[in-house]
Ligand binder design. Structure first.
Ligand SMILES: [Ca+2]
Ligand SMILES: [Ca+2]
Ligand SMILES: [Ca+2]
Ligand SMILES: [Ca+2]
Length: 389
């Protein structure tokens, strides 16, 4: 509803128009919502009747449905607003909107037809039936996909009626309006470029409807969009290569390292399981065990530095949708002193001739230790009258 200022403005803009006088009939055009007591027109003057005749003829207004919107002041000859008229209630979308009344006089009996056209003022903003629209759209939806939105309604007519729509922001979606047979427009929201749930999992848009009044009125509705996940991300390991060490003969269950991969998707699309993918060397896969869920790599067999001092494992992280990523775990086995030095006699003399010279070789021995570093350094000691070389 317009405020007092607006009413003053309207009464200036829509000053009562005398449209037509034919014999016995007169037409006026007034804006809707004129306040009680406002002047519609000077009927006496417009019909060329003097005020005396109005009085003597007991001039009065007659309406077919007895709704008395208009009254006649016999003393002044003015037609006045008796009850405020709302064009929308009287005529809805019908144009033109006119009130047909009669003025009756007695002595002699006379009948005048008065037509009052009620002009629309822009006193209704477009409004949406729904408070908001909500959509669930997969991030796999392609550009060009359309989503129907409910239109707005404006009770006014002509340029004061609904004229256009806007959608904000407009980077992801644009509007398409489809003209209907009844003159209304179907509003469709078109995806301009694919959504990415990992960048933005929900969007709020504002649909605004405008009329074409002198001062434009508008109505808005929110569009809530939830972006549904698609499995478009493979798991990613936090490291490409993990390095670790283990002492040989470490007990079964010893934790070597924990590998970890994250997946940017959500729900089952982001659930990661770990596998040792090194199937070439079955032994390797048997020696180590990875926890499918936690990525914890443990020792499941024996490592012997003297046999293998270095392992390279390929580990895969797989999501529920089958996307995967791989990493390497490099394991250095650390030596411990777990081997006794061994002595082998390569050749020996069973007897030594008496008086043999000092320095005569009597036996050749091989002394060895499988360990490495200081663990493999051997010191030989001998008793008796012999010398080790
Ligand atoms: Ca109106
Ligand atoms: Ca309007
Ligand atoms: Ca995924
Ligand atoms: Ca995704």
């Amino acid at each position: 509803m317009p405020g007092p200022d607006a009413m003053i403005r309207h009464s200036v803009l829509f000053f009562t128009l005398l449209i037509h006088i034919a014999r016995g009939q007169v037409s006026y055009s007034i804006p809707e919502e004129m306040s009680k007591g406002s002047i519609v027109g000077n009927i006496a003057q417009d019909l060329g009747l003097d005020l005396q005749r109005l009085k003597s003829g007991k001039a009065r207004i007659f309406t077919r449905d007895n709704t008395e919107y208009i009254e006649l002041n016999r003393n002044t000859g003015l037609l006045l607003i008796r009850e405020k008229m709302d064009r929308e209630s009287l005529c809805a979308k019908t144009t033109p909107c006119a009130l047909h009344i009669q003025m009756i006089l007695d002595n002699p009996m006379e009948l005048y037809t008065i037509t009052i056209e009620i002009m629309d003022i822009n006193d209704n903003a477009p409004s949406f039936q729904k408070k908001d629209f909500s959509f669930e759209i997969s991030e796999s939806a392609v550009a060009g996909a359309g989503f129907m939105l409910g239109g707005a309604f404006d009770a006014d007519v002509g340029t004061n009626d609904l004229q256009n729509y806007s959608l904000k922001p407009s980077n992801q979606f644009r509007l398409e309006l489809h003209n209907q047979a009844d003159g209304s427009k179907n509003v469709e929201m078109i995806l301009q470029r694919p959504l990415d749930r990992e960048t933005q999992s929900s969007l709020t848009l504002l649909l605004e409807a405008f009329d074409g009044g002198d001062s434009v009125l508008s109505g808005t509705v929110q569009i809530q969009i939830t972006v549904l996940d698609n499995n478009d991300n493979a798991p990613v390991f936090t490291q490409k290569v993990y390095k670790t060490t283990i002492r040989e003969n470490a007990p079964k269950g010893t934790v070597l390292t924990v590998v970890s991969a994250s997946d940017a998707d959500e729900g089952s699309n982001s659930v990661v399981t770990y596998y040792i993918s090194d199937t070439v060397n079955k032994n390797v896969a048997d020696i180590f065990l990875i926890n499918e869920k936690s990525g914890e790599l443990t020792l499941n067999g024996q490592v012997d530095y003297e046999k293998v001092n270095y392992y390279e494992l390929n580990i895969q992280a797989k999501d529920q949708g089958g996307l995967y990523n791989a990493c390497k775990v490099i394991i250095d086995v650390l030596d411990i002193n777990d081997n006794l030095p061994s002595i082998q006699i390569l050749s020996s003399s069973h007897s030594i001739p008496e008086g043999s010279n000092s320095g005569t070789v009597v036996a050749m021995l091989n002394v060895d230790d499988l360990d490495s570093g200081v663990n493999g350094q051997v010191q030989c000691v001998m008793n008796g009258n012999f010398l080790l070389k």
